[in-house]
Design a protein around this ligand. Structure first.
Ligand code: G3I
Length: 329
């Protein structure tokens, strides 16, 4: 293996983006963090800074400080940015959800928000996760603020409005648990096909890939590779770009020595990446965080974990080398 080459250099050769979700505070305060990010990755997703509740926390207030900082960093280091996420019920602030607005008002609020935000970043983002997480594991619809109010109709509006505000940005629908062929991905596939047929500008599908090697609880089990490939392929055949948008591989609940557990994790990263690379329109793999130090998994599960490519002390893990290995072949 060419140890001198960074992950991003190897990815660039294959015309692939390797990204990480980024926390604005760490980027501002932690020099090691920003150095490694720029050195190893050529794509960034703001983990939280571009969510509705951060960008527009009050009706009369917009706050672009953190998001602009991340975009500026990406531009200085020639990295692409995935905007995350425009319309997500969980990212919507209380002033909207509890505001007792009429349907007409809410349509106006959503339109204004998309126009202002997508317009603000116009020309600076590679892609936007326009729509995030609307289908449950069993294929039924999520209880989602926007879906409950408008029904499926709003899906075409939001993509259309985003496209009007930035015609160059690639517009994505981003989902969890739709990696394999299963009930959920069947529903997602049918939905995307339907809105594409209606001429809605949707350019990509984001498969989040929050997976774990132990007992599945807050994350999904590792997808079967053949099923993953077939699923990616059917979305690719619709002409959509495929991104793995939020990958982490949790190891809590697994057995063996730490060396064995990290080796198994590395194998999983490699298997998934290698499989994705066989799909024509696969273009990006983004991990949900840069280092285990700031991962959302231990925080949310309340249990120690190490799901990313770089450990708490900023040492490259076997998973990092495993991805490089895939890129070198
Ligand atoms: O920054 C505040 C801090 O000031 C405050 O003291 C603290 C107390 O709760 O909260 C901090 O904000 C938290 C933020 O993460 C930063 O840690 C929010 O409460 C918390 O809700 C937020 O969680 C994020 C979550 O999305 C909800 O937006 C996670 O970081 C983020 O990793 C997670 O990411 C989601 C994707 O957007 C969509 N797919 C699933 C993925 C994982 O859940």
């Amino acid at each position: 293996m060419d140890v001198k080459k960074s992950l991003r250099e190897l990815a660039q050769k294959q015309d692939i983006f390797i990204g990480a979700a980024v926390d604005a505070r760490s980027l501002q305060k932690d020099q090691k963090y920003s150095l490694l990010l720029a050195q190893e990755f050529n794509m960034i997703t703001p983990e939280n800074a571009m969510k509705f509740r951060y960008l527009h926390p009050e009706r009369d207030q917009y706050n672009f400080y953190d998001a602009d900082g991340i975009v500026g960093f990406a531009q200085r280091h020639k990295m692409k940015v995935r905007g995350h996420t425009l319309v997500w019920h969980k990212g919507t602030p209380k002033w909207v959800t509890k505001g007792k607005f009429t349907k007409k008002d809410l349509k106006q609020i959503l339109h204004d928000y998309i126009k202002v935000v997508v317009g603000h970043f116009k020309g600076k983002l590679y892609a936007w996760d326009v729509l995030n997480e609307i289908i449950k594991g069993d294929g039924s619809e999520e209880e989602s603020f926007w879906l409950d109010i408008f029904g499926e109709e709003y899906l075409s509006w939001i993509f259309q409005w985003a496209h009007e505000a930035d015609p160059e940005a690639k517009l994505f629908y981003n989902e969890w648990g739709a990696e394999e062929i299963n009930k959920k991905s069947d529903v997602v596939y049918a939905l995307v096909k339907r809105i594409l047929n209606n001429g809605v500008p949707i350019h990509g599908i984001g498969l989040q890939m929050h997976i774990g090697l132990g007992e599945p609880n807050m994350v999904e089990a590792v997808p079967k590779l053949d099923s993953l490939r077939k699923n990616m392929q059917r979305f690719s055949d619709l002409g959509l770009e495929i991104h793995i948008t939020e990958m982490d591989v949790a190891i809590q609940g697994t057995k063996g020595t730490m060396v064995e557990r990290l080796q198994a994790q590395a194998q999983t990263y490699a298997d998934i990446f290698k499989t994705a690379m066989t799909v024509k329109n696969f273009k990006a793999l983004v991990t949900w965080g840069l280092t285990d130090k700031y991962s959302w998994i231990p925080e949310y599960s309340g249990k120690p974990d190490a799901p990313l490519l770089i450990d708490e002390n900023y040492t490259f893990k076997p998973a990092y080398y495993a991805l490089k290995n895939v890129l070198e072949k």
